[in-house]
Design a protein around this ligand. Structure first.
Ligand code: 6PG
Length: 468
């Protein structure tokens, strides 16, 4: 039997990728470190072109050359150990692809190692969760272009399709694919947090019922906010709990988990001087949520603001929340794409921001209607320094800032925590401030540490004896 591709790691994601490939006519060899998952997949895939192997050597030998092997194993040490076992069995020109959420620096290290062995290595960001893996994810491959070309026919076939274009494109060298996926997840954290804050305002400030809020999200999903995360939020809010009969959301413990990709995004931004504040605040919001016991205790100790009478026109405020959410999302995506641009320049990756926006339109968790507009913005100006100043968005935010300002002010004065929305507004205001208070910080640094400063009117580096 000659198989066209092999998949190693048959957890839910790996199994679904294998089934996706088989469904697209590939002859797929599958292997898992333990036999049980292989058997489980074979049971549910009867009649599909999948062949199970229980010895890695047999698996490798069954593949047509150059061999193409897709790893779907847990990011970290497991990837290195599978590579260690594979290398002695492979030949020059074979290709290993890592489809897990590996850190892009690990991918670069593995790429260098395998390059020395003349084995191709692609770090492939995959987004879309379990369903996406099966029906078509968004795929972000990084590595050598000629290596990508060997795998491209399969990758583009299994990716989500928007119209006639596959949500898969060559991203850039070495770790670029996993880097793009990592920041995708950072944007995902921010997007989710912004939605959660909009929900809080609707529920706590406007005192709307869960069903009314679900209706609002459904309506928003018909317009310019149309996106996967808005869509699933409406569905989540409608879900009833079998045990209590009430909304399931009300019995879900309010502690958010995370697997690290959002944290890596923030760490990379911090290390490289990239202001990814909304993404980072969203990460911190997850950390704060995990201090559940402390929060419950503090609720009894710390006072909130006195309640003020509030005359509201509900519909006007619902539209303010819509504007706030849209603007918050634009700011979050602007930060993520600025992180792409700045990092691309740092590493000389030549990332095509317009193409990245295009492959995010289908399959992935942050897929959203406005990615078309983001793509257009970068298409028109590939060197655009920030999405906020793209003509379409600048014009849109001119109007929508009213909603964001109102919601942030009203929410904050009512004692609602708004880490992402308020940070989005601060980012917008900070970014549009031509002359900022950083001059005072520079003066302070020079005062106590003789750190020097530059001047606005003449070139040079200056120090002042502030006490003289
Ligand atoms: C995707 C998701 C997926 C996953 C991450 C983030 O694009 O399909 O981003 O990779 O949901 O594991 O999850 P955490 O919230 O657990 O960090």
């Amino acid at each position: 039997m000659v198989n066209t591709i092999g998949v190693i790691g048959l957890g839910v994601m790996g199994s679904n990728i294998a089934l996706n490939m088989a469904g697209k006519g590939e002859q797929v060899a599958v292997y898992n470190y333990t036999r049980d998952l292989t058997d489980k997949l074979m049971e549910k895939s009867e009649g599909q072109p999948l062949s199970p192997y229980y010895e890695l050597k047999d698996f490798v030998q069954s593949l047509e050359k150059p061999r193409k092997i897709f790893l779907m194993v847990t990011a970290g040490k497991a990837v290195d150990s599978v590579i260690d076992s594979l290398v002695p069995l492979l030949e020059e020109g074979d290709v290993i692809m890592d489809g897990g959420n590996s850190h892009y620096e690990d991918t670069e290290r593995r790429y260098d190692r395998l390059k020395a062995e003349e084995i191709g290595y692609l770090g492939i960001g995959i987004s879309g969760g379990e369903v996406g893996a099966l029906t078509g994810p968004s795929i972000m491959p990084g590595g050598d272009l000629d290596v990508y070309e060997k795998a491209a026919p399969i990758l583009t076939k299994i990716a989500a399709q928007v119209g006639n274009s596959p949500c898969c494109t060559y991203i850039g060298p070495k770790g670029a694919g996993h880097f793009v996926k990592m920041v995708h997840n950072g944007i995902e954290y921010a997007d989710m947090q912004l939605i959660a804050e909009a929900y809080t305002f609707l529920r706590e400030k406007l005192q709307l019922s869960i069903d009314e809020i679900a209706d609002i999200f459904e309506t928003w999903n018909q317009g310019e906010l149309k996106s996967y995360l808005i869509e699933i939020t409406a569905e989540i809010l409608r879900k009833k709990d079998d045990r209590t009969g009430g909304p399931l959301i009300d019995v879900i413990l309010d502690k958010t988990g995370q697997k690290g990709t959002g944290k890596w995004t923030s760490m990379q931004a911090i290390d490289n001087g990239i202001p990814s504040s909304i993404i980072t605040e969203s990460l911190f919001a997850r950390y704060l949520s995990s201090l559940k016991e402390e929060r419950v205790a503090a609720e009894k100790i710390l006072a909130g603001p006195a309640e003020e009478e509030w005359h509201l026109d509900k519909n006007v405020w619902i539209d303010y929340v819509r504007q706030a959410l849209y603007m918050g999302k634009v700011c979050a995506y602007a930060q993520g794409f600025a992180q792409y641009k700045m990092t691309s320049e740092l590493y000389g990756w030549n990332l095509k921001l317009s193409d990245i926006a295009l492959i995010f339109r289908g399959g992935c968790i942050i897929r959203a209607e406005f990615l078309n507009l983001i793509s257009e913005a970068y298409n028109e100006q590939p060197d655009l320094s920030n999405l906020l100043i793209a003509p379409f968005f600048a014009e849109k935010l001119k109007d929508y800032q009213t909603g964001l300002r109102k919601v942030v002010c009203e929410g904050i004065s009512s004692g609602i925590s708004f880490p992402a929305l308020s940070t989005a507004l601060s980012y917008y205001d900070g970014y549009r401030t031509g002359r900022s208070n950083a001059s005072l910080l520079q003066a302070q640094r020079d005062y106590f540490g003789a750190h020097t400063y530059e001047r606005t009117d003449i070139e040079g580096v200056f120090h002042t004896e502030w006490n003289e």
